[in-house]
Design a protein around this ligand. Structure first.
Ligand code: DC
Length: 223
């Protein structure tokens, strides 16, 4: 069977990462969390004191980024210049900064090539915001995963409650709404459903039900 490129886009908290990882496991594919790439740029920018509006500085950071995805018993990891940045790139500060740097064309252009290279041979589930619209417009199967804002905020709130960052549900919801608005309204590659993407609403579905629905669509495509 041909190794497909599968894309999963949607707003934050819709369950994209968990679902995409499981889907990739089911298909025997590689899973690529593209948000991690923007988070890595944000983390380096913060550590080097580069403002998210400084295109020159961001360009240099992108040029010298050496990113590598890896696996460990703790799950998938991201290394920047050999250093494991997986935990550090998940803070609320980096989350908002990643959204800011992702609006800069210089960053998107650089990461476009990086992502396309990873998809060259197929057999990959790409998860992000513009996978089906910009990075892989010719992807074999495209999904757009959504859920209502309250449900998404509650999911993120529960995730954060397991870390040291104690935010109230109202704060989490406000930050999520702002980030989705920013990601959807930016000039370059905004978050939106590709015309040919299958929309799945995960508000009332659990992870396994979403993965099952996706596997079903993919099997239909291979018939
Ligand atoms: O998926 P995530 O929450 O880790 O993504 C962090 C930010 O990166 C998100 O707010 C927008 C940006 N992003 C993007 O612009 N395009 C992608 N394909 C993935 C993420």
């Amino acid at each position: 069977m041909k190794a497909f490129v599968v894309t999963v886009d949607g707003p934050s908290g819709a369950g994209k990462s968990t679902v995409s990882r499981r889907l990739a496991e089911r298909l025997g594919y590689t899973y690529v969390e593209t948000g991690a790439l923007y988070r890595a740029v944000a983390l380096v920018a913060l550590s080097e004191g580069c403002s998210p509006n400084d295109d020159n500085g961001l360009g240099k950071i992108c040029k010298h980024l050496e990113l590598r995805f890896g696996n460990s018993p703790k799950g998938s990891r991201l290394y920047a210049k050999g250093e494991d940045i997986t935990e550090r790139m998940r803070t609320s500060e980096i989350t908002m900064l990643a959204s800011a740097v992702s609006a800069r064309p210089v960053v998107r252009e650089h990461l476009l090539d990086v992502q396309r290279e990873m998809g060259e041979r197929g057999g990959v589930v790409f998860e992000g915001r513009d996978m089906g619209t910009v990075v892989f417009p010719g992807a074999d199967v495209k999904f757009y995963l959504d859920a209502d804002l309250d449900t998404r905020a509650l999911r993120r709130y529960k995730e954060l409650a397991e870390t040291d960052e104690a935010n109230s549900l109202a704060e989490v919801k406000k930050a999520m709404k702002k980030r989705d608005e920013d990601d959807s309204s930016r000039a370059v590659a905004p978050l939106k459903r590709a015309d040919d993407a299958i929309r799945i609403d995960s508000t009332l579905l659990d992870i396994e039900q979403v993965v099952e629905a996706m596997v079903h669509y993919i099997n239909e495509r291979t018939k």
